[in-house]
Design a protein around this ligand. Structure first.
Ligand SMILES: *[C@@H]1O[C@H](CO)[C@@H](O)[C@H](O)[C@H]1NC(C)=O
Ligand SMILES: *[C@@H]1O[C@H](CO)[C@@H](O)[C@H](O)[C@H]1NC(C)=O
Length: 395
């Protein structure tokens, strides 16, 4: 038997999902004020930090997250241009607000020309304001946040951000400043290896934009010292690290990826997902009749490892697959995915089938991380409710 679930079967299963996470008014754009996204009395937002280099697939990851949290992606807060819209980096859906940390650049592009520093340098970022504003949102307060305009390189008129139950801070430095880091309930680092970054840049800048290999290498080299000094060190403080490496299956293959999801043990409200049997060391080549894969094939792995001296559980997918529906075969082998029903992981991937990474481990690991974040949110919310009930009954 072929291990597939048809899309209709998956949508029927979705009917059992709790209503908080099923999309409502799908496709109908709503103004932010009409949304039921306000914090309930006394609720504390769950705050997540996502670190990655610019242009490393964060926006796809954010789409996967907001899609799993349900509700509509109401889209950018400013609503684009026309209709009185403005340039913004903030994404809002029913439950989540995604804030881009570039908004905390202390200088505009011209200012950086004067200072001679890159945006990767902490001196070009206002961590005092970042800390104050994340703290204010956690306290349920509304903030007036600057906007960094990526098109013009300017700092634009600030926008008003209201706290929602989940707030995600994504950007270059979510874990750099200790005060900010302490406010984060869960942290994630997207770690794209140098080889993969170079391959992606060659694909985009050389093959599509006609840049020379020398200029691509030079731009990578120019960024590297600041990246190594200020961005990379944050991964040791992250709860989950998604590593994107070249495939191990064929040394000549420059396109296929090996993606590793490194999950720390002992993180509050988070328990790692695993393949088949927790604590084992496993290498698994899924049956090609159940999960067909283009050359050089597909291999999964699971093992315990040390990462900067911490115990971790690592789930790995090397290679890509042909048919997203067949991913349910891999889903059947994974445990502790924090899904609410069998098939939900595959369904979430199918819902964004056209997004980059949907045929390989980047999409899979991002989706697993998104389910983990949903689970953390639910645990923290349940715990807060319990405390509230206890204080009400004892009063
Ligand atoms: C960039 O600046 C120009 C000139 O001030 C303005 O017309 C345009 O709307 C700006 N673009 C964005 C995306 O804000
Ligand atoms: C794997 O995913 C990435 C995005 O994360 C995508 O750009 C790439 O095309 C995919 N690779 C292959 C070999 O399909």
């Amino acid at each position: 038997m072929k291990f597939t679930l048809s899309f209709t079967a998956l949508t029927t299963v979705a009917a059992f999902a709790p209503s908080a996470f099923t999309p409502k008014n799908a496709g109908v754009p709503a103004s932010t004020s009409s949304l039921n996204m306000a914090l309930k009395d006394g609720q504390t937002p769950v705050v997540i930090g996502v670190a990655a280099d610019s242009g490393c697939g964060k926006s796809t990851f954010m789409r996967r997250l907001t899609s799993i949290f349900g509700g509509d992606v109401v889209g950018p807060l400013g609503g684009g241009f026309g209709n009185g819209g403005w340039e913004t980096n903030t994404l809002v859906s029913d439950l989540t607000t995604v804030i881009c940390l570039d908004d905390y650049h202390s200088n505009d592009r011209n200012g950086r020309k004067v200072s001679g520093l890159t945006a990767l340098n902490p001196l070009e970022n206002n961590f005092d304001l970042m800390f104050e504003q994340i703290k204010a949102l956690k306290d349920g307060k509304t903030i007036s946040k600057p906007i960094y305009n990526h098109v013009n390189g300017t700092l634009d008129t600030p926008e008003t951000i209201e706290p929602t139950p989940i707030i995600i801070f994504e950007g270059l430095h979510p874990m750099h400043d200790e005060r900010v880091r302490d406010l984060l309930d869960f942290t994630l680092y997207l770690d794209i290896s140098d080889e993969v970054k170079l391959n992606w840049k060659i694909q985009r800048d050389m093959e599509e934009r006609g840049h020379s290999l020398e200029s691509i290498m030079a731009s990578i080299e120019a960024r590297k010292p600041d990246f190594d000094a200020y961005i990379d060190p944050q991964k040791k403080d992250s709860d989950v690290i998604i590593e994107v490496l070249p495939t191990n299956l064929d040394k000549e293959d420059k396109k296929t990826l090996n993606v590793r999801c490194i999950q720390k043990d002992g993180v509050v409200d988070f328990s790692p997902c695993y393949l088949f049997d927790q604590g084992s060391t496993i290498e698994w080549t899924p049956a090609p009749t159940k999960l067909s894969a283009p050359a050089p094939g597909l291999k999964m792995a699971y093992r315990s490892e040390q990462y900067f001296g911490r115990d971790c559980q690592v789930v790995e997918m090397d290679g890509s697959f042909d048919n997203l529906q067949e991913l349910v075969y891999v889903e059947s082998a994974l445990s502790n995915t924090k899904t609410k029903f069998y098939g939900e992981l595959t369904q979430a991937m199918l819902a964004l089938a056209d997004a980059p990474g949907s045929n390989n481990g980047t999409g899979l690991m991002q989706t697993l991380a998104a389910f983990a974040i949903r689970d953390i949110y639910e645990k923290k919310t349940a715990a807060a409710k319990k405390v509230k009930q206890e204080t009400t009954t004892s009063a």
